[in-house]
Design a protein. Sequence first.
Length: 228
Amino acid sequence: MIDRRLVIGVCGLALMAGGVGDTQALGMHPAAPRPQKVSVPALTSTAPRHSLDIEAASQAYRPDQPAPIRPSRLDSVAIHALADRCAPSEPASVLTAIVSVESGGHPLRIRLNGPRPQVFEPVSTEEAAILAERLIEGGASVDLGLAQINSRNLPGLSLDVRDVFDPCRNLRAAGAILSRGYGAALRRSPGRQSLLQTAYSYYNTGRPDRGVANGYAATVESSRAKSR
């Protein structure tokens, strides 16, 4: 993926960020930062752009209401069953391994890509959608939900930011991206990589070999082997 620096200030969120990697695919995220548990203010906020940081936003969101119950992390058994039901054309063990590497089973996880990446764990689908919309409107590349679907893949998958936080739709989208990668791998001349390694690489970077070189394919294969 090709790094670029983006300056993002979206409706009161002051963030410095930039797209990482091939923005048409999901990103591998080594040394991911510790997730920030944040809430964001309502979309009707009249605060000027660039005026609020994330901490201020979290304090401003619904202060008079009880905090929503955070969705539970899905374990590998639950993800495997969901993959069987929602993306039956793809191996459930492969999608389970991808989810394990990408989000650790957190259905509302958002990762802001860039030189200073950030990971967020919203407490509800509503908050996740609001934050994702603002980051995308500001030009950010973000990875969303269980299988960390990259925001720039959403139009081609006929998804919006609310759809992608539905675990079943997210896994169906992941299956579609993986299938496209496998199809692209089949059209390439055979090399030292297996077809599945090449498909992982396309999923991660949009390129046939970059996701192998950066260790993503090996990490997913290792996760899959451990779950057997």
